[in-house]
Design a protein around this ligand. Structure first.
Ligand code: BES
Ligand code: MN
Ligand code: ZN
Length: 494
C-alpha cells in the first residue's frame, strides 16, 4: 500500500474517496466540520437521516455528493471525543479504509486536519496493517474482485512531522507484514532452508544471522529437535539472529525463541486430513521472532537481543521417529516420545537450552503454536501466557494491553508435573488430555535453568478465519511482533 502525508487542504483526484472523522457525542472533527460547511450541511443531514452515531468503526458512505471534488465521502466514527488519540486514530483509519477498499475508488484521502503528528502516523499505521493481503499465488482474480484503493493519503496540517512520526511505525508495520507473509507461505515454498534464506536477508538491516544445519546440531547433541525433522527430506535448521543495539556491547541480551515447524503432519501420529492444511501456520512462533528482531533493527532499538528459530518439518516416513522412541536432548535429559504430534515442545527443548547456554539472556520468551488445548481454553483471540517470573509476566500483560495483542496468564502447577513423568526416560512429551496446554508448558520449563522465562502458546491468534479486528484481515495476523516490540520499548531499553 502506497501511503503518504499531504497538506490538510491538498486537492484530491476525481476517483478518490475522502474520509473524515466524527465522534460519539454527535461532535464532528474540525475537518468534518469544515467539509460539512463547504458542502452546505450535507454531512449533518446525512447523519440525521441515518443510524450513524459516531461509535468507533461505524461508517456512513455518501456517493456523488454535489460540490465534492471526490467520488465518495465516508464519515467514520472514532468513538468518544475525549478518548481520541493514537489508538482510535489507528482503528478509525483502518475502518475507513476497509469501508472503501473495494468501492471502485482508486485512492483514499483521510482528512484529519489539525491532529497531533502521532495520531496522523497512527492512522497511516492502521491503514498499512488493514490493507495487508497475501495474493502472491492468485493469477486469475478478476480486477473487479481486487481491492481498488491503491493509495492512501493522510491529509494533516503538519504533513512533515507526521511523516517523521510514521518512520518507526512503518518499520514495525513492515515487520508485522514480514511475519504475516512467512505464516501465509505454503510449506512447499517455505521449508526450513528457505525460511533460513529469508532470515539471512535481514542482515541488510544490521542484524547478524547464523544458520546451523543438521551436522552442527548433531555435534551439539540436539537429539530432540533433530528427531522431529528426521522423517523429512528437508534439512532441519537452527537460525540465530542477533541485534546489538545497546550502548554496552556486552550487556546481557533479551532472547526470543520461536517454534518453526514449517509443516506439521503430526508425523507417524498422523493428524486427521480435515483442516491439516492449516498446519502451514505451525511456524508462527518463528515468524513472530523474525518479525520482532526485524522491528528492533529497523528502529535501532537500544537493546541487545537474540532470536532463535527451530526450523523443522514434521513428516511421516520410513525414517520418521516412532511413538515410543527415546531421544536425548542437548540438556542431557532423555525424552520418551509418546506422540510424534507433540513435536513443538521437542523442538523448543533444544532451542531453549541452546539459547540459555550460549547467551545467558536477561529473560527468554518462547513463542509457539503449541497446542490445540489452548484454543479450547481461551478461544482464538488470546495467547496463553506462562511465566516463572511475575515481573516478566506483568510486563508482558502491560504490553499486551497497550497493543491489543491479548494474553491470558495460565498457571504452572507443580502437581501436574507427574503427568509428564516417564517410566523409561526423564520426561515424556505428552501429559494426556487434562490441561494439555499447561503440561506442554511444564515440559518446556524442564529445559529452563535459572532463567527468567515466559512461554506464549499462540496457536489461537496466529491465524484468523473470521477476524474481528479492523487491522487484521483474515489469515495470518503476525501476532507477537507488536507485543514484543512494545515490551522491549517500554521495559528493557536504554
Ligand atoms: N501444531 C499443533 C498445535 C496446533 C493445533 C496449532 C491447532 C494450531 C492449531 C501441535 O504440534 C500439536 O499437534 N499439538 C497436539 C499435542 C497433543 C498430541 C499432545 C494437540 O494440540 O493436539
Ligand atoms: Mn503437532
Ligand atoms: Zn505443531
Amino acid at each position: 500500500m502506497k501511503i503518504d502525508f499531504v497538506a490538510a487542504d491538498a486537492p484530491v483526484g476525481a476517483a478518490a474517496a475522502v474520509a473524515v472523522v466524527a465522534f460519539e457525542d454527535g461532535q464532528f472533527s474540525s475537518a468534518a466540520e469544515a467539509l460539512d460547511l463547504q458542502l452546505g450541511g450535507v454531512l449533518r443531514r446525512a447523519v440525521a437521516g441515518s443510524r450513524f452515531k459516531g461509535t468507533l468503526g461505524q461508517t456512513l458512505d455518501l456517493i456523488a455528493v454535489q460540490g465534492l471534488d471526490a467520488a465518495r465521502l465516508v464519515l467514520v466514527g472514532a468513538g468518544k471525543k475525549d478518548a481520541w488519540g493514537e489508538r482510535n486514530a489507528e482503528l478509525s483509519a483502518a475502518h475507513a479504509f476497509n469501508a472503501v477498499k473495494t468501492s471502485g475508488c482508486d485512492s483514499l484521502v483521510i482528512r484529519l486536519g489539525d491532529v497531533a503528528a502521532e495520531a496522523a502516523a497512527a492512522a497511516a499505521f492502521g491503514v498499512t496493517l488493514a490493507a495487508y493481503r497475501f495474493d502472491r499465488y492468485r493469477t486469475t482474480e478478476k480486477p473487479e474482485k481486487k481491492p481498488s484503493v491503491a493509495k492512501v493519503l493522510v491529509a494533516v496540517e503538519g504533513p512533515k512531522p507526521a511523516s517523521k512520526a510514521f518512520k518507526p511505525l512503518s518499520g514495525l508495520a513492515d515487520s508485522i507484514i514480514l511475519a504475516r507473509d512467512l505464516v501465509s507461505e505454503p510449506a512447499n515454498v517455505l521449508y526450513p532452508e528457505e525460511f533460513a534464506r529469508r532470515v539471512k536477508k535481514l542482515t541488510d538491516l544490521g542484524l547478524e544471522v547464523e544458520i546451523l544445519g543438521e551436522k552442527e546440531m548433531k555435534k551439539l547433541g540436539m537429539g530432540s529437535l533433530l528427531g522431529v525433522g528426521q522423517g523429512s527430506v528437508r534439512e532441519s535448521q537452527l537460525a540465530i539472529i542477533q541485534w546489538k543495539g545497546a550502548k554496552d556491547a556486552s550487556a546481557q541480551p533479551v532472547a526470543f525463541v520461536g517454534k518453526g515447524v514449517c509443516f506439521d503432519t503430526g508425523g507417524i501420529s498422523l493428524k486427521p486430513a480435515d483442516g491439516m492444511e492449516e498446519m502451514i501456520t505451525d511456524m508462527g512462533g518463528a515468524a513472530a521472532v523474525t518479525g520482532v528482531m526485524r522491528a528492533l533493527a529497523s528502529r535501532k532499538a537500544k537493546v541487545n537481543a537474540v532470536g532463535i528459530l527451530g526450523l523443522v518439518e514434521n513428516m511421516p516416513d520410513g525414517n520418521a521417529q516412532r511413538p515410543g522412541d527415546v531421544v536425548t536432548s542437548m540438556s542431557g535429559q532423555t525424552i520418551e516420545v509418546i506422540n510424534t504430534d507433540a513435536e513443538g515442545r521437542l523442538v523448543l527443548a533444544d532451542a531453549v537450552w541452546y539459547c540459555q547456554q550460549r547467551f545467558k539472556p536477561k529473560f527468554l520468551i518462547d513463542l509457539a503454536t503449541l497446542t490445540g488445548a489452548i484454543i479450547v481454553g481461551l478461544g482464538k483471540d488470546y495467547g496463553g501466557l506462562y511465566a516463572n517470573d511475575d515481573t516478566l509476566a506483568d510486563n508482558l500483560l502491560a504490553a499486551s494491553k497497550a497493543t491489543d495483542e491479548t494474553l491470558w496468564r495460565m498457571p504452572l502447577p507443580p502437581a501436574y508435573e507427574k503427568q509428564i513423568d516417564s517410566n523409561v526416560a526423564d520426561v515424556k512429551n505428552t501429559g494426556g488430555r487434562p490441561g494439555g496446554s499447561i503440561t506442554a508448558a511444564l515440559f518446556i520449563q524442564r529445559f529452563v535453568k535459572d532463567t527468567v522465562w515466559a512461554h506464549l502458546d499462540i496457536a489461537g491468534p496466529v491465524w484468523k478465519s473470521s477476524s474481528t479486528s479492523p487491522i487484521a484481515p483474515n489469515g495470518a495476523t503476525g501476532f507477537g511482533v507488536r507485543l514484543l516490540d512494545k515490551l522491549v520499548a517500554d521495559f528493557y531499553e536504554g
